[in-house]
Design a protein around this ligand. Structure first.
Ligand code: IMP
Ligand code: MG
Length: 179
């Protein structure tokens, strides 16, 4: 698995430090509130698991699965709900937890949907942001790292559903996805 990685972009230590920082910002901002953290499956599970343990206020969690990517690297533009929330979000302070914001198409659709369902407030927390490839206008409230336009895997992020279990974030060798 590791032989497919060209270089490590973000080490475990660097990610950990950032997650602690984001957790503490969220804890301060949501003092006296009970936010609902919504993890977008599957890419954000690792980030979610670490982030929630850095949050010191009461919070609820839920999961949603949408598809905009097939097995490849480019967005299909089609957003389908594969798994919906269990929670009624009416009036809730929602924090959407994402692994990476790329074109923004998935999230702009999702944020509109959550708004339409009557959430009290909605904020977005993404570990990675690739602004170079943005198509849809999406506002990020909590961002871990702004990264260049390179395809990365690990720490939850996949290529063809693999590499999610790498503890760091690395750049995939182009030959892995070109053949
Ligand atoms: P968007 O709709 O283009 O913003 O797509 C975001 C989704 O695309 C993420 O949740 C990821 O699943 C996937 N994605 C975008 N860039 C990468 C990458 O560099 N590595 C792995 N997955 C990516
Ligand atoms: Mg993916």
């Amino acid at each position: 698995m590791t032989e497919d990685i060209k270089e490590i972009m973000l080490t475990e230590a660097k990610i950990k430090e950032k997650v602690v920082e984001l957790g503490s910002r969220i804890s301060k901002d949501y003092e006296g509130k009970v936010p609902l953290l919504i993890s977008i499956l599957k890419g954000s599970v690792v980030f979610m698991a670490d982030l929630m343990r850095e949050i010191t206020v009461h919070c609820d969690i839920d999961f949603m699965s949408v598809s905009s990517y097939g097995k490849g690297r480019k967005t299909s533009g089609v957003v389908r709900i594969l798994k919906d929330l269990d929670t009624d979000i009416t009036g809730r302070d929602v924090i959407v937890v994402e692994d990476i914001l790329d074109s923004g198409m998935t999230l702009s659709y999702l944020l509109e949907l959550l708004k339409a369902r009557g959430a009290g407030s909605i904020r977005l927390c993404t570990l990675l942001d690739k602004p170079d490839r943005r198509v849809a206008d999406v506002k990020v409230d909590y961002c871990g790292f702004v990264i260049p336009d390179e395809f990365v895997v690990g720490y939850g992020l996949d290529y063809a559903d693999r590499y999610r279990n790498l503890p760091y974030i690395g750049v995939l060798k182009p030959e892995v996805y070109s053949n």
